[in-house]
Ligand binder design. Structure first.
Ligand SMILES: [Mg+2]
Length: 105
């Protein structure tokens, strides 16, 4: 495995757990409980909104990076909420996945 991948796994392991837990605490304290299916659909919807902006950018439309950033944030937040509702340990899952990704150079 590439040494940068090993470093990335360490960073993920050291930080993603606390980020995911903080999202869980915030969600549980401030919003109505939802099942994982809800958050999965929300995640897909937000990814679709982001993809739609990228499509417009690709076609040459004048789209502000603030809008793109906002949708990227929605994707991140909905992924956190989905993983928490589904009981997925993203730090472990990402670290495991990184160890199985074959690099291309
Ligand atoms: Mg959105």
């Amino acid at each position: 495995m590439h040494p940068l991948c090993t470093e990335l796994q360490s960073v993920v392991s050291a930080n993603v757990v606390s980020v995911q837990k903080a999202f869980d605490s915030y969600q549980n304290a401030c919003f109505t409980a939802r099942p994982p299916e809800f958050f999965c659909l929300e995640l897909c919807g937000e990814a679709g909104e982001l993809a739609n902006l990228e499509k417009k950018l690709w076609k040459g439309a004048d789209i502000s990076m603030d809008r793109v950033s906002d949708e990227a944030a929605d994707v991140f937040i909905s992924l956190m909420n989905y993983a928490n509702a589904r009981g997925i340990d993203l730090a472990a899952a990402v670290s495991d996945k990184l160890s199985r990704i074959v690099t291309s150079k």
